[in-house]
Design a binder for this molecule. Structure first.
Ligand SMILES: [Zn+2]
Length: 387
């Protein structure tokens, strides 16, 4: 029977152009051609031509139109030894692609000739199952999931906003979640701070939160900072992360978070809740040219006008809604999809079930984001209190 296969391959060689790996490498490096590695996941896991597009053979015909808009685009197809690529090239030709070539000898020859290779970052089998609902959304897909895995998000406050946000970020596969909080779990927290449990009353919030997050998703890292955010530690902690989620409820902390984020050029996903009302926005002057917190509120109100966490009541579910809005925005920023909540303050009135939006403009007179980032001086902060 092997003769049938051999003669079929011989037939393909009459209609398909084969090229040496070197030619494909040169063309792909030039940027005017695409090189498609059609091998399976487990084969690619140990190496693939550098810069190649990877589409498993079974999906080639389905996915090629999105990759090659023109039927004249030069396409080089590579497999392990140069046989599967013959059949794939033949198939692309029959679809109408006029400029397709098969790489002779496949990846084996490519490696033997010392051409550039890379080991692509890939999801494991377990991760493919865990994140399968993400992988089914083209805007996320494997590339988006890998971005989530590589991302580092810091939650300031493991409280009402930080808990739901961290829970879903962990579930979504954000690779590194940082938590900063120096508080211990109190029974009155449990009405909304869903990472903690009754049995953990009296334990450190960061330890309790970490335990719950890792139980949900053991594949992520959780860094804890059992400390009070201050002028002396804000920068050194923040710079280990790509995005900061502000889950604090006092003005002093908000200003410190804002100023440190602006100084380091890190987006600050902001949320706030009070009784039945919640607010969310993204402060990102550096990346999105949007406003920062001080563009809207240059200075803190006097203490007597600012409700503190101890006395402000809140409907327990509300920080869940707002914390998850923050988590959604963080995920969008990481993957780079959608329209971020920049320059817009989203407000949620739970009693009337109304969402409204206010424009938030960048100020050219802002004491923080309108000046040179290096010259920003962090100011002393009162204890961080997470609602
Ligand atoms: Zn500003």
């Amino acid at each position: 029977m092997s003769n049938v296969y051999e003669s079929w391959l011989a037939g393909l060689r009459e209609t398909v152009k084969e090229v040496e790996p070197e030619e494909a490498s040169r063309a792909a490096a030039g940027g005017s051609a695409v090189l498609i590695d059609i091998r399976e996941q487990d084969e690619i896991a140990s190496g693939s031509p550098r810069g190649a597009t990877r589409i498993a053979r079974g999906f080639l015909e389905m996915k090629i139109p999105a990759l090659a808009a023109s039927l004249d685009l030069p396409i080089y197809v590579i497999c392990a030894a140069g046989s599967r690529s013959l059949a794939a090239t033949d198939s692309l030709q029959s679809m109408g692609y006029r400029n397709v070539r098969s790489v002779k000898g496949g990846y084996g020859a490519w490696v033997k000739q010392g051409l550039p290779v890379e080991t692509p970052l890939m999801l494991s089998g377990e991760e493919r199952i865990r994140y399968s609902r993400h992988l089914k959304i083209p805007e996320v897909g494997e590339a988006g999931q890998l971005k989530l895995a590589a991302s580092k998000v810091l939650l300031v406050g493991a409280g009402g906003l930080g808990c739901p946000a961290a829970y879903y970020l962990a579930a979504a596969g954000v690779g590194t979640i940082g938590l900063i909080d120096d508080d211990v779990v109190d029974r009155s927290n449990l009405q909304r701070q869903i990472l903690h449990t009754d049995a953990r009353v009296g334990k450190k919030k960061v330890d309790s939160a970490r335990e719950t997050l890792l139980a949900l998703n053991p594949g992520i890292k959780c860094l804890t900072f059992d400390t009070r955010l201050s002028v002396s530690n804000a920068e050194s902690i923040f710079k280990q992360f790509d995005i900061v989620l502000d889950g604090t409820d006092n003005f002093q902390a908000r200003y410190l978070i804002n100023d440190a984020c602006v100084k380091l050029g890190i987006p600050n996903v902001h949320g706030a809740v009070f009784q039945f009302e919640g607010y969310a926005t993204v402060f990102s002057p550096e990346r999105h040219n949007g406003p920062c917190y001080r563009c809207l509120y240059p200075e803190a109100p006097p203490p007597e006008l600012a409700p503190s966490c101890a006395e402000a009541g809140v409907l327990g579910v509300l920080p869940g809604v707002v914390g998850l809005l923050q988590a959604v925005e963080a995920i969008k920023l990481i993957i780079g999809i959608g329209k971020p909540l920049v320059g817009r303050m989203l407000s949620y009135d739970a009693l009337n079930a109304e969402f409204s939006e206010y424009e938030a403009k960048r100020s050219h007179e802002c004491p923080v984001c309108a000046i040179n980032r290096e010259s920003i001086q962090l100011q002393e902060v009162a204890p961080v209190c997470a609602l």
